[in-house]
Each structure stands twice: as structure tokens, then as C-alpha cells.
Design a protein around this ligand. Structure first.
Ligand code: OXD
Ligand code: MN
Length: 590
């Protein structure tokens, strides 16, 4: 409980609106959480998994129509449409409040309203921000406990301060037609209704740590980014930090937890994970940019995670983890998903709950686990978690890396000329659709800084904020790079092995930051000299590396046309620097 009047007043208001049978404060104590787990298992909301093989692990299945974030039902409600910009869905705040209040009215009759005080970032860190989520879902409570820092210690840190983000979630009947995920940046308020799926209801994650936080960052002079944070340790024991942003399906979690190739491991190279999804960045006392991971857990996609692709992520899921929409192996009450291994359980329950012969079921082309099934795992479970994970001052960032999936366009790696050019490189980030998603293959989707669905205000103003941050950082700014692990040759085969071998590219990036290696300046920025890409132990010829680093001006000029169209929608909000950078790129290519 608390004496904080701002929290109590808001709670009274929400109680009057939702009309719950009772209110339970989440204290963070283990006994309370254990009682909630038992209650959820008794009602069928969760299933207790094999406690010998997977201690502390539970299973949850969502409704079939509630399995992913819903961007078309996500709104940024700023006073004017212009503040939300052309990419976000927008509605005038009073109109949206009126609509939502009808949906929340009496939504918790006969149910419990849980009050979750939580901190994004280590409690008490100057980077951290506090939220309070009200929810009628035990599943949400137990996930929030893994993904954030929760309980009395957070209320103590808040004291009688009114500066907290108000988050209201009601599950209702998960009606997709009345599902809304709404951010009111000026009111520091998030309202989510009619969903019970991760990104829509764990309101600390995308809603707060990206949408609301990006808006706060713009006002307060810091940045909230959709970036992993990793530390790369060299044989001398020095650790340098890299933040990286990728659109989905580009191997972001794998890069965050990368295992170096054997020969680099032998030399003493190591990778440490600080974060896998979100970075909050501030200018530190020495003028450099520092990053924290505001989260405390990983909400990772399960399919495709295996000992081979991501040993560290898999290890993280071995205890105290909640699995959502994966398959159950009924022989030993454990979990399975596509890509875990080649042996789907014969005696399986698929993600929707049907008992099936998993072998026959998958052979017939069905999926046992939903493609977006997830694990919610404590970050401290990860074998390569950084010793700086809890550092309240964050880690100094040497390099920022943007990436995308480009078959023909971007070379394996290039460096931007400076922060302003780097901002342009991030703003024009794109990925091509793969056969895995519905729709045409190879269509270019622009996803600026991998923030398309996550900027809580006008994307063009967000780019301006990047430019302003660069001016403040001056020559202490991290260097900005772009990578592409997905370049293809004329036979449509990938040209780069990826996974652990991406470490070779990270080494080049850090060598550039340290001024240890040269590069060729060309139309798009600085590209490595072929001899500087370390291929020891790889079966790759100089010609193949040359091809990986090559730039096809015709392909790039087509991209320039695409960027022109993309930029046009921002009208005169587009920072002049972005238009100038585009003109320079076009001029260089011609
Ligand atoms: C995520 C996402 O779940 O970016 O992290 O969609
Ligand atoms: Mn993400």
C-alpha cells in the first residue's frame, strides 16, 4: 500500500470505472506470487510444467485471435494529429477516452484488480522511470514480475511523487473488434483493453519503454530506442558496448547473445548481453552516451530457438520461465516448438489445445507452436548476462548499428560519415519481406530505426530529436554503422554465414571506433577494405568478400526513389538535414 495521493486518487477513479470485486497490491514477495501461480493453475489460466526438468516454469495459452501485437488497433492520442504524425493511428484524446471508458465500465465486476507498481530500469537509477499497471489478469502480473522490477521497493522509490505512468489493462472478452492499445503521451497514460497477449498487455514494454518513453526522451533530452545492448570483450579484457536496431526477423536476439566462432573464443573474445530489445540512452557526466536496458527479462520468440541458433536464450528458459502458445510434450510435461530440435513430440498438445500426434501433425505441414509463441525468462538466467546489467549508470556506447534484410542493396557493413549521416542511415532503414510472411516476397518495408510502430509522436520530429542529440554529443557521439547479414548472390543463396560469424563484423566496427583500421569512402559511406574482414577459418574467397561489400548504383538509385516517396509523407516536418542527406546520396550515386 501507499500514501502517495496521486496514485491513490487515480486508483479510486479506475476502481469506480472498472468496478472490481477486490483490489490486490503486488508487493513483490515470493509468497504472494506463489499463491497467484497456484490460483492461476487452479482456474486453468496457467499449467504447471515438469518442475524437475523446468523448475519454476509455467505454461499459458492465449485466445486464438489474440496472438500478436495489433498495430492497426494501436493509437497515439496527442491533442493534434500532426503531433502523432502520418505513421501512427491517431484519435483526439477526449474522443478516445469516451470510447474507452465505455469499454472499461464494469469490466472487472466479480474480478480482482491487481495493482503492479513497477520500475523500468534498476530501482533508483537516474535513468529509471516508474509505472503502475492495473490489470485483471494474473498472467500479466506474473509476466510483469519477470519483465520489470516490481513491488513495494518501487513505491518506496516513488515516495509522494506524482511522476508515474498510469497503465490500465482489462482483459474483458478479448473481442478483437473492440481491442485497443492506446497511448496518451501528454497524460503519461496507457490503456489496453480486450487483449491478453504479451506486447499488448505487458504495458512496461512497447507501450511505456518505447512509445511513452520516446516522447519523454524528446522532451527531457534522452532517447528510448528499440535496440539490443551488447558488450564485446577483447583478449585484453577490455569491454566495449554496441547498441543495435533491427526490424523483426533479422536475428536481433541471436546477435544480443552471440557466441563467437571457436577460434575467436580461444583467443579470449567474449560477448556479454546487457539487453535484447530496448535501450534507454542518456548523455553521461563525461559527455558520452550511456545505455541501460530498462527491462528485467526477455520476452523472446520461441520457434527457431535451439542449442545451435541461440544456446544462451535457450538456457535462460530452463527455470522460472512462462511459456505462451508453444506446444506441450505430454510424455514429460515439457515444452516444444518448431526449430527446437528435429523430434516433435508424438504425444503433443498443439498451441490451440488439441491433443495430436506431433510427428504426423508437423509432417502434414501444421505448426505445433504458434510462430509468435514466446518465452518470458528472467534476464539473470542468461549465461552471458553482463556484469553491468544492473549498473544504475548504464554502459558507455561506442557504436550504434542499424540493420536490415536486403538481398541486393546494402553491403555486409558500412560506416556512416558522421552522426547526421548516421541518422539518415537509420531513418531509411528497411527490410525485404520473406517467404515466411504472407504477401509478396521481396517488398521493401521502411522501418526507421526499427521504430515504425513504437515512436510515440511524429516520426519526423523523432528524427529531429536524433539530430539534436548528435549536436549535444559532438565528437563524443558513438559512431553509426549499418549491417546486412542477408545479402544474396545470383543463385539466391546467402553470401554470409551469419550467427556467430557476425562477430567478425563487430570486431571491424570496434576497430573503426578505435581508429585501428582504415576504410574506403564511397557513395554511401565508409566500406571495409576486403583484407580487413577477418575470414580465418571461413571457406570464402576474396572475390566473395568483394561481392559482399560491393555497391550496385542502379539498385541504390531505385532505393533513393523509394526513400523520396517515403519522406514525402512527412511534408515540411521532415528535417532539412534528411532531405540534404538524400540529395547527397543521389548525387554521389550518379
Ligand atoms: C518484440 C517486437 O516482440 O519487436 O520485441 O515485436
Ligand atoms: Mn522488439
Amino acid at each position: 500500500m501507499t500514501k502517495n495521493q496521486a496514485v491513490l486518487n487515480w486508483l479510486e477513479e479506475m476502481k469506480a470505472l472498472c468496478n472490481p470485486e477486490k483490489i490486490v497490491w503486488i508487493t513483490g514477495e515470493e509468497a504472494q506470487l506463489e499463491a497467484l501461480r497456484e490460483e492461476a493453475c487452479a482456474t486453468g489460466e496457467m499449467i504447471k510444467l515438469n518442475q524437475e526438468k523446468l523448475p519454476g516454469c509455467y505454461y499459458h495459452r492465449t485466445a486464438e485471435n489474440d496472438v500478436a501485437r495489433v498495430e492497426d488497433r494501436t493509437f497515439i492520442c496527442t491533442p493534434t494529429k500532426e503531433e502523432a504524425g502520418p505513421i501512427n493511428n491517431w484519435m483526439e484524446p477526449s474522443e478516445m477516452y469516451a470510447k474507452l471508458n465505455k469499454l472499461y465500465k464494469d469490466s472487472m465486476v466479480g474480478r480482482t484488480m491487481y495493482v503492479i507498481p513497477y520500475s523500468m530500469g534498476p530501482v533508483g537509477s537516474p535513468f529509471s522511470k516508474i509505472g503502475v499497471e492495473l490489470t485483471d489478469s494474473i498472467y500479466v502480473v506474473l509476466n510483469m514480475v519477470i519483465m520489470t522490477r516490481v513491488g513495494d521497493k518501487v513505491m518506496e522509490a516513488l515516495g509522494d511523487n506524482a511522476d508515474f505512468v498510469k497503465c490500465l489493462h482489462a482483459k474483458r472478452d478479448v473481442d478483437p473488434e473492440e481491442r485497443y492499445i492506446v497511448q496518451f503521451p501528454q497524460d503519461k497514460t496507457i490503456m489496453s483493453v480486450n487483449s491478453a497477449y504479451g506486447g499488448n498487455v505487458l504495458l512496461g514494454k512497447k507501450c511505456f519503454a518505447l512509445r511513452i518513453a520516446s516522447y519523454l526522451g524528446m522532451q527531457e533530452g534522452w532517447m528510448a530506442e528499440h535496440m539490443l545492448i551488447l558488450g564485446l570483450e577483447n583478449p585484453k579484457g577490455e569491454v566495449k558496448y554496441i547498441c543495435a536496431a533491427f526490424p523483426s526477423a533479422c536475428g536481433k536476439t541471436n546477435l544480443a547473445m552471440l557466441i563467437p566462432p571457436e577460434y575467436l573464443k580461444e583467443k579470449g573474445y567474449k560477448v556479454w548481453t546487457v539487453g535484447d530489445d530496448i535501450a534507454w540512452l542518456r548523455i553521461g557526466p563525461d559527455g558520452r552516451l550511456y545505455a541501460i536496458n530498462p527491462e528485467a527479462g526477455f520476452f523472446g520468440v520461441a520457434p527457431g530457438t535451439s542449442v545451435k541458433t541461440n544456446f544462451n536464450a535457450l538456457e535462460a528458459t530452463k527455470k522460472n520461465t512462462i511459456f505462451t502458445n508453444v506446444a506441450i510434450n505430454n510424455d514429460d510435461n515439457t515444452v516444444w516448438w518448431e526449430g527446437l530440435d528435429k523430434n516433435p513430440p508424438v504425444n503433443a498438445t498443439e498451441w490451440k489445445g488439441a491433443l495430436v500426434n506431433g510427428k504426423e501433425y508437423t509432417e502434414a505441414g501444421n505448426k505445433l507452436a504458434h510462430p509468435n509463441s514466446r518465452f518470458t525468462a528472467p534476464a539473470i538466467n542468461c549465461p552471458c548476462i553482463s556484469s553491468e546489467f544492473e549498473n544504475p549508470m548504464g554502459v558507455p556506447v561506442s557504436a550504434i548499428v542499424f540493420g536490415g534484410r536486403r538481398a541486393k542493396c546494402a553491403p555486409l557493413v558500412y560506416q556512416s560519415r558522421d552522426w547526421e549521416h548516421g541518422t539518415f542511415v537509420g531513418a531509411t532503414m528497411a527490410s525485404e519481406t520473406t517467404a515466411a510472411a504472407a504477401g509478396a516476397v521481396g517488398v521493401v518495408r521502411r522501418d526507421p530505426m526499427a521504430m515504425k510502430p513504437f515512436v510515440g509522436y511524429n516520426m519526423a520530429s523523432y528524427w529531429q530529436h536524433w539530430l539534436d542529440m548528435g549536436k549535444k554529443l559532438g565528437d563524443k557521439a558513438p559512431k553509426i554503422f549499418h549491417v546486412n547479414w542477408f545479402r544474396k548472390d545470383e543463385n539466391d543463396d546467402f553470401m554470409w554465414p551469419g550467427f556467430g560469424d557476425n562477430m567478425r563484423v563487430l570486431n571491424w566496427i570496434l576497430d573503426r571506433c578505435d581508429g585501428k583500421v582504415g576504410a574506403k569512402e564511397c557513395a554511401i559511406g565508409y566500406v571495409p577494405d576486403v583484407a580487413d574482414i577477418d575470414v580465418e577459418g571461413l571457406d570464402m574467397t576474396t572475390e566473395e568478400i568483394e561481392a559482399l561489400l560491393s555497391i550496385d548504383n542502379k539498385v541504390w538509385l531505385e532505393d533513393v526513389e523509394n526513400i523520396k516517396e517515403y519522406f514525402a509523407q512527412f511534408g515540411d516536418k521532415l528535417p532539412k538535414e534528411m532531405a540534404d542527406q538524400l540529395a547527397t546520396l543521389e548525387g554521389n550515386l550518379k
